[in-house]
Design a protein around this ligand. Structure first.
Ligand SMILES: [Zn+2]
Length: 295
């Protein structure tokens, strides 16, 4: 077809054409590469997607830092339970908020220690560290801050809670008991009668809950008598309604006297911890009954 002499010309032309085309291509490709750099950034890695999602779930305010040109992973509304769809690139598992487990109490909970006429505290019972709650009145450090919070909360509601007893050492209980007992003996009572009568008024040493450091007697300036009438005061009503929120229970309710063997004491509040206090209040049980339901 072509003469041999024209071959170098043809080869030259082909070389020129190829060179020309490659120059042309390189000119066209350069700007294309620029625009590609944008679209490259759109292809965010799974790690980057993860960063965006965390920002959404954590603090939605962080979203303002997100580059609007970069499509982020599906937005999860704050507070939404929605989880990323399964078709997405493999994601590390999302941190799951710990489920609220139902509180399980036990008879061995030291906050539920029982001190009554049938269950005296051991002679070597240790109250542990004490802390002042109000004036000279002290409680176990396990209960003191809750008591103080309760007194402060009542004050905010216009109620003054005034302590008239809290922790009582066994020795003080013994003195109180002995003094009362002696007063009957001096009246000519027999030992048995004097002891029995005293025990109805003053707890036998070791059987007073006050020795645990977990309870207090609370009155109010306008009514400082420890009798059933106190129940009608605003302070007693406030306590009946709110004490459980601070971990305290009305220890000797009116309808449980046959079980507690203590008269209705609307002023005597016992710390058992907030979870126990709520369970006891909701169930309507007294501490003795509540303990019977526990393992
Ligand atoms: Zn008391």
């Amino acid at each position: 077809m072509f003469k041999k002499s024209s071959m170098p010309l043809i080869v030259g032309a082909i070389i020129c054409f190829v060179l020309g085309v490659s120059i042309l291509v390189s000119c066209v490709v350069v700007p294309t590469t620029d625009s590609n750099s944008e679209s490259d950034s759109e292809q965010i890695t799974p790690e980057e997607q993860e960063e965006h999602r965390n920002a959404c779930e954590g603090e939605s305010e962080n979203n303002e830092n997100a580059d609007p040109t970069v499509p982020s992973a599906p937005q999860v509304q704050p507070g939404s339970e929605e989880s990323p769809s399964a078709s997405e690139p493999e994601q590390p598992e999302q941190p799951v908020e710990p489920e609220e487990k139902p509180y399980v109490s036990s008879k061995d909970d030291p906050l539920l220690v029982l001190a009554n006429v049938d269950n005296p505290l051991p002679e070597d019972f240790e109250v542990g560290e004490l802390e002042k709650v109000q004036g000279k009145y002290e409680m176990s450090v396990r209960a003191a801050s809750f008591a103080k919070d309760m007194i402060a909360a009542a004050k905010e509601d216009g109620i003054t809670l005034q302590l008239c007893s809290a922790y009582r050492a066994r020795s003080l209980q013994q003195t109180l008991f002995d003094n009362k007992y002696d007063s009957y003996i001096s009246k000519g009572w027999t030992h048995d009668d004097a002891y029995a009568k005293t025990a109805t008024i003053i707890a036998i040493p070791g059987t007073s809950e006050h020795q645990t450091g977990l309870c207090m007697d609370v009155v109010t300036p306008s009514y400082q008598v420890l009798d059933a009438g106190y129940a009608e005061t605003d302070a007693a009503k406030w306590l009946a309604e709110n004490a459980w929120e601070f971990g305290f229970i009305l220890r000797y309710p009116k309808d449980k006297q046959d079980i507690t063997k203590i008269i209705f004491e609307p002023w005597h509040y016992r710390f058992v911890g907030i979870e126990n206090a709520k369970l006891i209040k909701d169930s309507g049980l007294c501490l003795e009954e509540y303990l019977d339901t526990l393992e």
